[in-house]
Ligand binder design. Structure first.
Ligand code: GLP
Length: 236
């Protein structure tokens, strides 16, 4: 595990974007695993800027996102599909049909999860998975639990996650209570992992995830077992 402490959000974003850009330059048909939340916004801004400058071509890239709220469709401005279109996909030349986000409206969520994992396998797996981290150590929406869940699955969001994500909604009541998330098996199967985080609370949970025991109570701690994981964080 490589742990890089950066000075601030801008540096985290720039370094993370450099690693993603390197992946795309090395393998123009890379499969990128992407994340939402406030953490990756600066990373995506850099990628968009480098694309606009003519330095980065996403025409061969395929993307798979980690998670989606249950019950929100892609036109809802709080959905993760909407977020990805707004912050990245609409500003680069990735073919929209090769951008994948779990379908939070699927009638059969279990079948959607299995199909999502099969789709990733058929793509040959994820070359580089970008992750944020929740204050409670969740990755994607894999919440603290008694076991690590391997496959893409339905989760009931923890109260602290609903609380943390309420800032993006008009009111706390509007935050969906359930989500569909790639499992920890799917994340761990990625060839490379890049986790980014900012702020004191995130620095504390990263310390536990990196230096504490590997436990499903801190889902990100499983990354200690990944052969090629980079964490870039800053305390502010
Ligand atoms: C959500 C997402 C995670 C993300 C986390 C942290 O719960 N499902 O993928 O890492 O929020 O978000 P932020 O970066 O806004 O702190």
């Amino acid at each position: 595990m490589r742990v890089i402490k950066a000075a601030n959000y801008e540096e985290v974003s720039r370094r993370a974007a450099m690693l993603i850009a390197a992946q795309v330059l090395i393998k123009p048909n890379a499969v990128l695993g992407l994340a939402t939340g406030s953490s990756p916004i600066g990373t995506y801004q850099n990628l968009v800027a480098w694309h606009r400058a003519g330095d980065l071509d996403f025409s061969g890239v395929t993307s798979v996102n980690l998670d989606e709220y249950v019950g929100l469709d892609g036109t809802n401005d709080q959905s993760y599909r909407y977020f990805m279109n707004e912050h990245l996909f609409s500003h680069i030349n990735i073919p929209m049909e090769r951008t994948h986000v779990p379908n939070g409206l699927a009638a059969d969520i279990a079948a959607e999860g299995a199909a999502y994992d099969a789709m990733i396998a058929a793509l040959g797996g994820i070359d580089l998975q970008l992750l944020g981290i929740g204050n409670n150590g969740h990755v994607g929406f894999n919440e603290p639990a008694d076991v690590f869940t391997e496959e893409t699955h339905l989760v009931d969001l923890k109260e602290d996650t609903i609380e943390a994500n309420a800032r993006f909604f008009a009111s706390r009541d509007e935050v969906p209570k359930r989500a569909l998330t790639m499992g920890l098996g799917g994340i761990m199967r990625a060839k490379k992992i890049l986790l980014i985080a900012n702020g004191e609370a995130k620095a504390r949970i990263i310390d536990k995830a990196v230096n504490g025991p590997v436990t499903p109570q801190i889902p990100a701690s499983i990354l200690q077992l990944h052969p090629d994981c980079t964490i870039i964080y800053s305390e502010c």
